[in-house]
Design a protein around this ligand. Structure first.
Ligand code: WTA
Length: 539
């Protein structure tokens, strides 16, 4: 975080859930808070290398906590605020976090009282490594408070010392762990390190978004996912940018919220996901055009393939036909953007992430792992050489890292995506070729959802697949076989959805459940040998 000589410059604009609530932090103010909270962490016994779990919604304390961990060399593990207590518990236990940072309750759109602390309490009850819990007071709702373990953020900060020298770190020391879903088993703790990750996120942020001093940059992702880590927090703040943190949702209080925020804070650069564009596009253009958006200079998209209609809507309606779109393809594992147009320099094609970023060597492999030369070409998207932001390991399981990404095609990093390369050498990502779903840009493994469904007492077996969904991109379709003697009913269906919400979180709720008398063995498994997107062409 660069402050020297620029302490009065704005670092974070925080826009609250309600359009009446916002806050600004200069670089000096942010640094002061980070140092104080770093001392709070130290007072909790946290030292270099210790893991700290952060389970917060999009409150400023989230960024402060992450940077405070980085300052003392502690490794943060942020868990997206919609995850359930069970998911939180599993993530805390996998990396043996010592401390949990959470908030009382949360607002989200017109919902309030979202039970963050209560989920934290339920998780921590089964987390032997946790020695303390720090609680941000966001809503003022009353919550259970264990005096022997819990500490209020504001009370600890009030008495904390405001000097805290940064810990000296090796470039390869871990910076954070972020859990992401794979095709098998429990989510993996993707580990990113200090030097390479920061080089890669700051460089890509500057070049891809054409960031210039004073620009107001608004990435509408949640910091609970990699996009927020790299392009709300680390990339922008290491470039001394003005980064906007948004606590709410695009549809609250109405469908014009993004465009209202853009006018209110004079946003120049805007970055969001196709799922949000699809949801807003169907509500009509008036929600957009009633706001000026005249400060916008560039638009970005990430998280899933963007199709031509929403690309054109973004370009023509949101950007008034004058803002280039950067369709950025990358992954939790890659740390930062690997494929993207360079704004103003790369001719755009709606729906294509275009060309690799500097230093990135994508290749297309066939079934045998042979590079497919020439254009057009189609196959498995792999990367031939490493780059600074690549993940370094799966936390606690280096073997799983090797198996997942490097075993099937030795010598290459396997992305898990299929791609088409057209006659101009442009890449068109066709989506995952493994058992990973992309639901509204959120990554989920079919095995995780199947496991959660199996927790319902009536379920004998379940198989989950993705299907095309108008808004979410992909929806969750579950085939379920009940125990013998049990008949399907609405109650059972509701109950199954309930256990999925309980075991994973609301974002994993199946959209459709089909009861089937039996499932074929090795049910509906997509595999690398026969994936429809590689056979039928671009989705
Ligand atoms: C998909 C999100 C097409 C892809 C940064 C990838 C995309 C997965 C794009 C990673 C894009 C991401 N076009 N597909 N521009 N960006 N994806 O780890 O399938 O949450 O493998 O990282 O999202 O999701 P993750």
């Amino acid at each position: 975080m660069w402050k020297q000589g620029h302490g009065d410059a704005t670092a974070i604009i925080w826009e609250g859930n309600s359009p009446d609530e916002d806050k600004t932090f200069t670089y000096s103010e942010l640094l002061a808070q980070v140092k104080r909270f770093a001392n709070v962490l130290k007072a909790q016994g946290i030292r270099k290398g210790d893991r700290v779990c952060i389970y917060l919604q999009m409150v400023p304390e989230l960024t402060i906590a992450m940077l405070a961990c980085a300052r003392i060399g502690a490794v943060h593990s942020v868990v997206f605020g919609a995850f359930s207590a069970d998911s939180l518990r599993d993530r805390i236990n996998d990396s043996e976090c010592k401390l949990l940072i959470t908030q009382d309750t949360a607002f989200r759109g017109d919902r309030s009282g979202i039970p963050m602390k209560a989920n934290g309490d339920a998780a921590v009850a089964k987390c032997p490594s946790i020695t303390g819990v720090i609680v941000v007071r966001r809503t003022g709702d009353s919550v259970d408070f264990d005096e022997s373990r819990d500490v209020w953020w504001h009370e600890a900060m009030a008495t904390a010392d405001d000097e805290c020298p940064p810990e000296e770190m090796d470039a390869e020391d871990p910076l954070f762990i972020l859990y992401t879903s794979g095709s098998t088993g429990q989510p993996k703790g993707v580990l990113h390190t200090t030097g390479g990750y920061l080089v890669y996120t700051s460089f890509t942020h500057e070049i891809v978004f054409d960031y210039h001093e004073g620009d107001v940059y608004f990435c509408a992702a949640d910091i609970g996912w990699i996009t927020g880590h790299s392009y709300i927090v680390y990339g922008p703040l290491s470039n001394r940018a003005i980064t906007l943190m948004f606590e709410s949702i695009p549809t609250y209080p109405d469908f014009g919220r993004y465009w209202q925020v853009i006018d209110k804070h004079q946003v120049n650069l805007f970055y969001t996901a196709p799922t949000a564009l699809r949801a807003l596009m169907k509500e009509g253009n008036d929600w957009v055009t009633q706001h000026s958006r005249s400060t916008l200079r560039l638009l970005g998209t990430v998280g899933e393939p963007i199709k031509e209609p929403e690309w054109l809507w973004y370009y023509n309606i949101v950007g008034d036909g004058r803002c280039p779109i950067v369709d950025t393809w990358w992954q939790t594992e890659t740390g930062g953007i690997l494929m993207t147009p360079l704004p103003g320099a790369t001719p755009l094609k709606p729906g294509s992430a275009t060309l690799p970023f500097f230093g990135i060597e994508p290749v297309i492999l066939d079934e045998e792992g042979k590079e497919v030369e020439g254009n057009p070409a189609r196959g498995y998207l792999c990367i031939k050489t490493a780059w600074p932001g690549v993940m370094r390991t799966v936390y606690g399981n280096h073997e799983r890292f090797r198996e997942t990404y490097f075993d099937r095609f030795p010598g290459y990093y396997m992305t898990g995506d299929g791609t088409l390369r057209d006659e101009d050498g442009y890449y068109w990502i066709t989506g995952r070729v493994d058992d990973v779903l992309n639901i509204s840009g959120h990554r989920l493994g079919t095995a995780e959802v199947e496991g959660a469904i199996g927790q319902h007492e009536t379920v004998a077996e379940a198989a989950v697949v993705g299907y095309p969904h108008e808004i979410k991109g992909q929806g969750i379709y579950a085939y379920v076989t009940l125990m013998s003697g049990v008949s399907p009913s609405d109650d059972i269906e509701t109950g199954i959805k309930g256990v999925v919400r309980q075991y994973i979180g609301p974002h994993a709720t199946p959209d459709k459940i089909q009861f089937a008398p039996a499932l074929p063995q090795n049910p509906l498994r997509q595999n690398y040998a026969a994936h429809p997107s590689l056979v039928d062409g671009r989705k």
